[in-house]
Design a protein around this ligand. Structure first.
Ligand code: SME
Length: 153
């Protein structure tokens, strides 16, 4: 599926979702189904000084809470920028979830200057993530930011 088709589907699904949890679940499902090289797809949400695992598809991760200073996930939240790692085994920040994982992309979900959470995707393929994935996922992160912000009191 092309990035444009996938983004259109995610946009409709998020708009139709009853709440932020539903929006996150739909986004995770569509991304996982739409891109075969997305082996593990999950969303972490900020809770104080930690990232807490929300909806995900793929093998259960041991990393259900990640302090902001740890992992590629923590680095992306701290830097407030997308991180692509072509070879996770060569990155000392990497926290392993599955032995098969070879590459990873983490995209922060931002509300202005504030990090609300992030999209984390692992692939069993080395260097699986390129400019197209980054552009797609940064747009999905923007849609999720709106869904998460709308649902806050
Ligand atoms: N690899 C991540 C941890 C999360 S699991 O991949 C699901 C990291 O290094 O932060």
């Amino acid at each position: 599926m092309t990035e444009d088709q996938l983004l259109t589907g995610v946009r409709s699904a998020i708009a139709a979702a009853p709440n932020a949890t539903g929006a996150m679940q739909q986004a995770v499902r569509l991304l996982k189904d739409g891109k075969p090289h997305y082996t593990w797809v999950g969303i972490y949400l900020i809770d104080g000084e930690e990232l807490v695992l929300g909806p995900f598809l793929g093998k259960p991760s041991p990393h259900t809470r990640i302090p902001l200073g740890r992992g590629i996930c923590g680095a992306a939240a701290t830097e407030k920028a997308t991180i692509i790692v072509d070879d996770v085994n060569a990155d000392p920040r990497y926290l392993a979830c599955s032995l098969e994982t070879k590459s990873e992309i983490v995209v922060p979900i931002m509300n202005g200057p504030e990090v609300l959470g992030e999209i984390d995707i692992d692939s069993d393929r080395p260097a699986a993530f390129g400019a197209g994935d980054r552009a797609l996922l940064e747009q999905v992160a923007t849609l999720l930011a709106e869904a998460l912000s709308d649902s806050q009191p």
